[in-house]
Design a protein around this ligand. Structure first.
Ligand code: ADP
Length: 328
């Protein structure tokens, strides 16, 4: 991957060199043509005699022609310059975008290796401890609990990766069915409460909200949002999950009181592999796939997702979706 980055850097150097060369050549040709034009005009003026009866007329004609040529060079030169500038800007943006994707992919590879290794290492250690030592029941249960937690994380991560590539390659067939979103969200929250008993989780979930959607994808959407709220906020500050419906429009809000997201980054966090901060120094674990996938899922369900500030601190992720008419 770093080879690829090096190559792209070379492309940039060649690009700037060529651009500088083209522009210098353009200016040089413009000056040369103008000088030539002036010399031609002088030469033509010298060719006519002041004694000629239509001397003034010919002189004016030669000067006019000289001026017209100058204007023609300036006009053509400007169009040429504009076309080069537009082409150069286009190529520059395309290459820079490619460079950014490469960098993000590299960060992703670092993150993913870390993400895969940690749960495996923890599970292995726990199982070895269980095998070698005689532990009392509570200790055993605790080890099993953390092993399960790690395997769940591994499972969620694999699902995120698998689904991202499947959705992108068109390999995932969405199966939409009538789904009780209130139950689905409550079950997800319950899972998190079991997995993170120390974290304060509050809910306000309106009952019997129905949606026409893919259960697996919706579950993944809710899990990704709650997972982030837990990951990016201290455990003593509550996260809140609100599910509501008004006029056949569903709103799901996941609020936390963590570090929040800066204005500039609000637009980027939904990009593939994007993670705030520097990959090497990131404290929280992650791959930058969660929100990308979440947004894809929301779009698949004709909904919207956006992030706002949670005053005084934290972030609010809001998803809006279409509801099915309520059942009696
Ligand atoms: P991951 O969490 O695996 O890094 P995501 O796509 O879920 O990837 O999130 C992208 C980035 O958005 C994260 O790296 C994080 O910096 C930021 N982010 C997401 N959710 C929150 C949140 N609730 N509070 C603060 N930052 C967040």
């Amino acid at each position: 991957m770093s080879n690829k980055l090096k190559k792209l850097r070379y492309v940039f150097i060649i690009y700037w060199f060529l651009l500088a060369y083209i522009l210098t050549a353009l200016i040089w040709w413009f000056i040369a043509l103008n000088v030539q034009n002036r010399q031609m005009t002088q030469y033509k003026i010298r060719e006519i005699h002041p004694a000629d009866k239509n001397y003034d007329f010919q002189l004016n004609k030669i000067r006019e022609e000289g001026k017209r040529k100058s204007a023609q060079y300036a006009g053509e030169g400007s169009i040429f310059f504009l076309l080069i500038a537009a082409g150069a800007a286009f190529v520059f943006r395309a290459v820079r975008k490619q460079l950014k994707i490469s960098q993000e992919q590299q960060h992703f590879m670092i993150a993913i290796t870390h993400e895969l290794k940690t749960p495996i290492a923890v599970a292995k250690l726990n199982l070895e401890t269980l095998q070698k030592r005689k532990l009392d029941e509570t200790q055993q249960l605790r080890l099993i609990q953390t092993t399960l937690q790690e395997t769940n994380r591994l499972n969620a991560l694999c699902n995120n990766m698998l689904l991202s590539s499947q959705i992108e390659a068109g390999g995932y067939t969405i199966t939409k069915e009538e789904t009780n979103l209130s139950d689905l969200v409550s079950n997800c929250v319950q899972d998190f409460i079991t997995r993170y008993p120390d974290h304060l989780i509050e809910t306000a979930i309106k009952e019997n909200i129905f949606i026409h959607g893919d259960r697996l994808l919706l579950q993944m959407m809710v899990n990704n949002l709650i997972d982030n709220a837990i990951k990016y906020s201290p455990r003593e500050l509550a996260i809140t999950i609100v599910l509501n419906e008004t006029n056949d429009r569903i709103t799901l809000e996941v609020k936390d009181k963590g570090k929040g997201i800066t204005g500039e980054e609000k637009g980027r966090i939904f990009n593939k592999f994007y993670r705030t901060g520097n990959a090497a120094t990131k404290a929280a674990k992650g791959t930058g796939l969660g929100l990308y996938l979440t947004k894809k899922i929301v779009k698949q369900h004709d909904g919207n997702i956006f992030v706002t500030d949670h005053i005084p601190a934290g972030a609010i992720f809001t998803v809006t979706l279409n509801a099915l008419p309520e059942k009696n």
